[in-house]
Ligand binder design. Structure first.
Ligand code: C5P
Length: 207
């Protein structure tokens, strides 16, 4: 069975948590596509290669390496993600993941619009910038890292502007995406909303 779930939205809106939980619940494979851009950025930092060459060299093994979650890698990832040749180098990996048997959940910024425009389910998970910055700040503090709220908010706003403003595959909700705004929702409520969209679609597909 091929069934793909495309989940897009800005950083720290909850899409990673929702994606993992949906994949576990329905037995689908999960790909966090941000890791492809992060792995490309990390290769640039390590090797000095051009972003395009780095992206062309990314393999599945690179996605499991440590050190992809730092702020420095995230910042460079959003810069290399503006380069059309980088995005093009990463398309085939994502599309073949989406087509795998048994179902797949992919989360990112352009999954419903560019990577899987025919996905059975498209979600756009968002939240106010203030709430997303607060979540990111709490995560950093809980993991023992130093952080100041204004700095985190600034980083969130800068990344949003770059992701939405780029010419190639800008972050936006597909026209047929269901929008889940998690600003005033806890994770259980957001997940329940996502599960009901998937179940409805699966029932419709089965008949
Ligand atoms: O989701 P994550 O924060 O890991 O993504 C890092 C960066 O990679 C994003 O800020 C965005 O610029 C880029 N990205 C993208 N398209 C995707 C996934 C991530 O441009 N599908």
């Amino acid at each position: 069975m091929q069934f793909s779930v495309a989940i897009d939205g800005p950083a720290a809106a909850g899409k990673g948590t929702i994606s993992k939980a949906l994949a576990a619940r329905f037995g689908f494979a999960h790909l966090d596509t941000g890791l492809l851009y992060r792995a490309s950025a990390r290769k640039v930092l390590e090797t000095g290669w051009s972003p395009q060459v780095a992206a062309e060299a990314v393999t599945a093994d690179d996605l499991a390496r440590d050190g992809l979650r730092t702020q420095a890698v995230a910042e460079l990832a959003s810069q290399v993600a503006t380069i059309p040749e980088v995005r093009a180098a990463l398309v085939a990996f994502q599309r073949s993941f989406a087509r795998r048997d048994g179902g797949a959940v992919l989360d990112g910024r352009d999954i419903g619009t560019v990577i899987c425009p025919t996905a059975q389910v498209k979600l756009y998970v968002t939240a106010s910038a203030d709430v997303r910055a607060r979540r990111r700040y709490d995560e950093l503090r809980e993991s023992g890292q130093a952080a100041d709220f204004d700095g985190v908010l600034d980083e969130v706003l800068k990344r949003d502007a770059r992701d939405m403003g780029r010419a190639d595959a800008p972050m936006r909700a597909a026209e047929d995406a269901v929008v889940i705004d998690t600003t005033d929702m806890d994770i259980a409520a957001a997940l329940a909303a996502a599960v009901s969209v998937v179940e409805e679609k699966m029932e419709g597909t089965a008949t």
